[in-house]
Design a protein around this ligand. Structure first.
Ligand SMILES: [Zn+2]
Length: 345
């Protein structure tokens, strides 16, 4: 089948590739409809990955996907032909200790689309376990369905933060993950988000998504603005979604005493961690790696209208223009958030 293949660093081709698509009794076969381009896909394209995830052989990219079921395994009960679905790209070993403990995202044996050496889904069809395939509500489009994967990271971060109704949260970084974390935090009960970045167009878009105060940290102080909005107390939660070392080192500054800090963004290199600043506030610190058990909740929030991801889908390309899409995503204009690729139906 024809797929978008990362041959090696900085070399993509749209070409025929032989892929195993044997349907087991607990699997479904899906015709892909929409696949989002993720920062990690672009990172593999531009840099070949970061240890321990390095591209060593040609690999199909793409893991943020929605599509239609075209074949159902004999033992599958909850899905049918023609169901519109989105898929969770990480498949753990069902018998592993991590899976049995409910932390299947941390299973060392997990296989994850477009994480070497596992092929992704920028291709016409894929076979996937039915238990990691989720039916879209009727009012959720394929494009929105392909946003569930990044949104799931924000949902997991919101869970880790143990949000209480009325909390005020700072989100550092207005990229796709910062945006979906802000949406998940608001849906989870935050009364206000203070969103920081240095790119004004991203902040302007973020400010339209709900009770979100944009702060351009190139010109404004997030500490001062947070203090103003919280009567001098500080934010209950700070989500670090930039992965930027300098920004991450400031995570405890706007935090209130006894607050929660969540590291969501993936840094490209080790970052400075100000222990004393965390100690003085007895900050509770959490880390996020992908997500577990959040797809149904993300879809429920989209279906009920509590979360609208449409404003984040800023750019669309056809499958035939996939390479162009990746070149575009490698040099994203600041007003762009999410690039998606649509497959021919
Ligand atoms: Zn992703």
């Amino acid at each position: 089948m024809e797929a978008l293949v990362l041959e090696k660093v900085k070399e993509l081709s749209l070409r025929d590739i032989q892929l195993d698509e044997t349907l087991g009794p607990h699997d479904v076969r899906i015709a892909l409809h929409t696949v989002g381009v993720c920062g990690s896909d672009v990172h593999y394209y531009q840099h070949g990955g970061t240890e321990p995830f390095i591209v060593k052989a040609p690999m199909v990219l793409g893991h943020e996907a929605s599509g239609t079921i075209i074949e159902v395994g004999a033992a599958v009960k909850h899905l049918q032909l023609d169901d519109r679905v989105c898929m969770e790209p990480g498949i753990p070993d069902p018998n592993s200790q991590a899976t049995r403990l409910g932390i299947y995202n941390l299973d060392p044996a997990v296989t994850f689309w477009a994480t070497p050496p596992i092929h992704g889904v920028l291709r016409p069809t894929v076979v996937h376990p039915a238990n990691f395939t989720f039916k879209l509500p009727d009012n959720v489009s394929f494009a929105e369905g392909a946003m569930v994967e990044p949104l799931a990271v924000g949902m997991h971060a919101a869970n880790k933060a143990a949000i209480k109704p009325g909390d005020v949260a700072v989100v550092i970084g207005a990229g796709p993950i910062g945006m979906v974390t802000a949406l998940a935090a608001l849906a989870g009960g935050c009364s206000r988000i203070i969103l920081t970045d240095v790119q004004q167009p991203k902040l302007a878009l973020g400010a339209t998504l709900g009770p979100i105060t944009p702060v351009n940290v190139a010109e404004q102080s997030v500490i001062e603005i947070t203090a103003e909005l919280t009567g001098g107390w500080g934010a209950d939660i700070v989500f670090e979604c930039s992965g930027n070392g300098r920004a991450a080192a400031t995570i405890f500054e706007p935090l209130c005493p006894g607050g929660r800090a969540v590291f969501v963004g993936i840094p490209g290199a080790p970052i400075a961690y100000p222990v004393l600043a965390a100690q003085i506030k007895e900050a509770r610190v959490e880390h996020v790696f992908r997500y577990a058990h959040v797809y149904p909740r993300a879809l429920a929030l989209m279906g009920s209208g509590k979360i609208d991801v449409n404003p984040l889908i800023t750019d669309k390309f056809t499958f035939q223009d996939s390479i162009e899409a990746f070149d575009y995503a490698s040099h994203m204009p600041p007003a762009s958030v999410k690039v998606q690729i649509e497959l021919p139906q």
